[in-house]
Write a protein that binds this ligand. Structure first.
Ligand SMILES: [Zn+2]
Length: 237
């Protein structure tokens, strides 16, 4: 029997308890064993993650941006950034645990459904990676999250419209002004007619100073989009 035949022969459901005993599922935040049905993060760790207080986000960003032109109409963040959220995003981005977006979406989508600026969007677009970065990492974590959210919200995802034309250094160690300069003219829109007069929901994994989403919103509006509302998994307090 070849290996594919053996795979069909073994009833995976029947051996799952045995697999769980040998390889218990561990919460990636607290490292405690979790029930089979819970995939990556235990309920106790999820409940310790605070939702973001979105009413203050735009004014917070405006204060940080001090004088910069603002191109997005507002933004919604799912969670307040802390060590637990950092572990979740890290596991998605660097450990390539893509399935965790399903769990993030389950927690993050219900509040989005209350926000008409989100639900009325025509297209949902992820902040793109440069093709060199995409090759290095193998996938765009924001796009993986975007596709999941797109399914829940029933808003079509458009991935080949917004492009990162310039390879930019990581923003982690840059201050707000350096970040703004780092992403300046880094994006471009292809086939702008496809988003003409459309309301765009722009998605990034993290919004910190907002310089990346602002630069993306600028080119999307210049290409004819009617408005750009931003969405992120998390933002810092
Ligand atoms: Zn836990």
């Amino acid at each position: 029997m070849n290996s594919a035949g053996a795979g069909n022969f073994i009833d995976k459901k029947a051996i799952q308890p045995l697999l769980n005993w040998f390889f218990p599922r561990i919460c990636l935040i607290c490292n405690q064993p979790i029930p089979e049905s819970k995939n990556y993060v235990c309920e106790s760790c999820w409940s310790a993650i605070s939702p973001a207080v979105n009413s203050h986000l735009k004014s917070l960003w405006l204060k940080r941006a001090a004088g910069a032109d603002v191109y997005f109409s507002g933004y919604h963040s799912c969670f307040l950034f802390n060590d637990s959220v950092q572990k979740i995003i890290h596991s998605l981005k660097y450990e390539k645990i893509k399935n965790i977006v399903g769990e993030i979406a389950k927690k993050a989508v219900p509040p989005m459904l209350e926000n008409s600026e989100i639900t009325s969007s025509d297209y949902i677009i992820p902040v793109p990676l440069h093709k060199k970065k995409l090759k290095e990492r193998g996938f765009n974590q924001s796009a993986v999250f975007t596709r999941e959210v797109s399914k829940y919200l029933h808003i079509p995802c458009k991935e080949n419209c917004l492009l990162r034309k310039r390879y930019t250094q990581t923003q982690t160690k840059l201050d707000a002004e350096e970040r703004r300069i780092n992403v300046s003219n880094a994006f471009d829109v292809k086939n702008g007619e496809e988003i003409s007069n459309c309301k765009i929901l722009l998605v990034d994994d993290l919004i910190t100073t907002g310089s990346t989403i602002n630069e993306c919103a600028k080119v999307l509006l210049a290409a004819g989009a009617r408005s750009v509302f931003a969405l992120s998994i998390a933002h810092p307090a």
